[in-house]
Design a protein around this ligand. Structure first.
Ligand SMILES: NC(=O)c1ccc[n+]([C@@H]2O[C@H](COP(=O)([O-])OP(=O)(O)OC[C@H]3O[C@@H](n4cnc5c(N)ncnc54)[C@H](OP(=O)(O)O)[C@@H]3O)[C@@H](O)[C@H]2O)c1
Length: 286
């Protein structure tokens, strides 16, 4: 079977979004597998009318090229179910950012080429996932053959390949958590502070959104040093003290930690060392 025919293990958000995306980009998603026939059928029909709904151990009959998009903890079990003689010479890529290639050991022992293809993107549901995955970065690892197919898939998604070796995987994923999940946390916390002064949550998020979006865009387009404005950039100790005085203790800790990290950006921007140290003293004091 060719690299253009894909079978997908998993029937969740990532499985469906990748399936729909690659089906649209000229691949045939021949089958989708889940523990439940019903969930597999729902996932298959969300990808294409010809995608079959099967159990995990049947998947290798439908393609030699398999994407494993199941929960991280389930990858070794699923790999064992897929490790049948038909996979000898085939390719399996998992989509986890945290699990290494050891999770696919059973498939490697069965003679399959193993790798990983982690979309550096958030996929909250099928529709938004398909849009978000196009042009995303993808972290790749694996043997030469697996990497070859992974690169082909990234090109099909018009994505950006990032080769991440096993020993760098944890650092890579920690950075991804900060850039994705922690942005949400910061926005959520800021909205909570607005709520505490009487601005309803919905309005708070809408009011903060343009500021958050513009800051992010500027940081990406111009670099963090040029994008940074505000009291830390100006070395404004009085304003930092005023902020710390009104924030509740848990928010204050987050504010302090982000503030100390922001001083480093301000230093690179040219903030005089004396001003940077004065800010640091205020932010680090109990
Ligand atoms: N969603 C994201 O934003 C995102 C981003 C990057 C990478 N990923 C990666 O993509 C993979 C899938 O994530 P997801 O968000 O699509 O998860 P999900 O929506 O929760 O779907 C998880 C899938 O895993 C299967 N599964 C769970 N436990 C299982 C088990 N014990 N044995 C066999 N199958 C099991 C489920 O199959 P059943 O139908 O059989 O229950 C389900 O289809 C993960 O490796 C995740 O780290 C996700």
């Amino acid at each position: 079977m060719s690299s253009k025919t894909i079978a997908i293990a998993g029937a969740g958000r990532m499985a469906c979004a990748l399936g729909r995306l690659f089906q649209r980009r000229g691949y045939t998603v021949s089958a989708v597998a889940s523990r439940s026939r019903e969930r597999a059928s729902t996932a298959a029909s969300s990808i294409s009318p010809t995608t079959a709904a099967v159990g995990y151990s049947d998947l290798p009959r439908h393609a030699t090229h398999i994407l494993i998009a199941v929960s991280d903890v389930a990858i070794p079990d699923v790999a064992r179910m897929l490790a049948v003689p038909a996979m000898h010479g085939g390719i399996a890529l998992h989509t986890s950012g945290t699990r290494g290639l050891g999770a696919l050991q059973a498939l490697a022992e069965a003679g399959a080429h193993c790798g990983s293809l982690h979309p550096l993107q958030t996929v909250p549901d099928l529709e938004r996932g398909v849009l978000a995955l196009q042009g995303a970065a993808f972290a790749l690892d694996g043997d030469e053959t697996a990497l070859g197919w992974a690169h082909e898939l990234v090109r099909a998604a018009e994505g950006r390949p990032l080769r991440i070796a096993e020993n760098n995987r944890a650092a890579y994923h920690a950075a991804a958590v900060m850039a994705g999940n922690y942005l949400i946390t910061l926005l959520d916390t800021a909205a909570g502070v607005f709520e505490s002064i009487g601005i309803p949550r919905g309005q708070a998020l809408l009011a903060l959104a343009p500021l958050a979006r513009t800051s992010l865009e500027n940081a990406v387009l111009d670099g963090p040093e040029r994008a940074l404005t505000g009291p830390i950039s100006r070395g404004d100790v009085d304003t930092m003290q005023a902020h710390l005085a009104v924030l509740p203790p848990d928010v204050r800790e987050l504010y302090r930690a982000c503030g100390v990290a922001t001083i480093e950006v301000a230093r690179r921007q040219g903030l005089p060392e004396e001003a940077a140290m004065a800010l640091e003293r205020v932010l680090r004091q109990n």
